[in-house]
Design a protein around this ligand. Structure first.
Ligand SMILES: Nc1nc2c(c(=O)[nH]1)N[C@H]1C(S)=C(S)[C@@H](COP(=O)(O)O)O[C@H]1N2
Ligand SMILES: [Mo]
Length: 261
């Protein structure tokens, strides 16, 4: 039997289930996690979020404010020097899975000749970039694991420009809070500056030693082994540095914004 909250039409157990889902992935310590999960009450949700749970809208607001709270906590806890594991070539997943909010044949086709990467916001040099100019910068490679919240992970080999090198080159304000991305397929996301400057965060131009294929994000994607799959934008057309929160495609539908892996 589902317990109803008197007079409100709200279902207590489903609110608590959602609240647990919102906070559980962020608590690494197992015993602390189960303690918090068991102890979570509607009063606790109201207190943590500063919302009175009177209708569905207030529950939504409470849960999203808890998720934003997690983003802040994770931002503090995040160690910008911690490295994601790397793997030998023999462990690369072949073929590498495709994923997007559409099927593979609908992946956008971007023409290299007319392509220009737009760079805006808190940067000294706002000029656009051609692919050739990015290829002329120092390149690096990584074999890392991509983890998708839909329940799969795969190891791949990506190459390109360290994103921190690129940000320095365009004179980005590295004290700014966010770096945002707009993609050719209407996808968008944004990340915290500490992750943008992480040594494994790669402005990716190649996959497995060849030009990044269309389905994996041509002309360019941002690869971050310290973040879940949905935080890694493919087909990037514009990059902006900002102090204003701009969310993301899945993040605006309830996925956690920090999205660490
Ligand atoms: N532009 C764009 N980037 C995207 C997505 C998308 O739909 N469009 N999906 C994300 C998700 S959920 C995943 S798991 C990875 C999949 O990348 P892959 O096709 O290289 O495996 O891309 C991420 N970046
Ligand atoms: Mo994903």
């Amino acid at each position: 039997m589902k317990k109803r909250i008197d007079g409100s039409g709200l279902d207590e157990s489903s609110i608590l289930t959602d609240a647990r889902k919102t906070i559980a992935p962020q608590i690494e310590d197992r015993s602390r996690r189960s303690f918090l999960m068991r102890g979570l009450t509607l009063g606790g949700v109201a207190m943590l979020s500063g919302c009175n749970l009177t209708d569905n809208e207030s529950v939504e607001t409470a849960l999203s404010s808890m998720s934003r709270f997690n983003d802040r906590v994770q931002g503090w806890l995040f160690n910008p020097n911690a490295l994601a594991p790397t793997y030998p070539e023999s462990m690369i997943t072949r073929p590498f899975p495709f994923n997007a909010f559409y099927s593979i044949d609908e992946a956008p086709t971007v023409e290299e000749d007319s392509y220009r990467l737009e760079v805006t916001g808190l940067v000294a040099d706002k000029r656009s970039w051609r692919l050739e100019e990015l290829r002329a910068m120092a390149q690096t490679e990584q074999i890392t694991r991509h983890i998708c919240v839909e329940g799969w992970s795969a190891i791949g080999r990506w190459g390109g420009v360290r994103f921190s090198d690129f940000l320095k080159r365009v004179g980005a304000d590295t004290e700014a809070k966010y770096v945002g991305f707009k993609c050719a397929d209407d996808y968008y996301t944004s990340i915290d500056m500490a992750t943008a400057l992480h040594s494994q965060t790669l402005l990716t131009l190649t996959y497995d030693g060849a030009v990044l294929p269309r389905q994996y994000g041509f002309p360019m994607k941002l690869r971050m082994p310290t973040k879940l799959g949905y935080k890694n934008p493919k087909h990037i057309q514009a990059i902006f540095v900002s102090n204003t929160y701009s969310g993301g495609y899945w993040e605006d539908q309830g996925y956690n914004w920090f999205g660490g892996s």
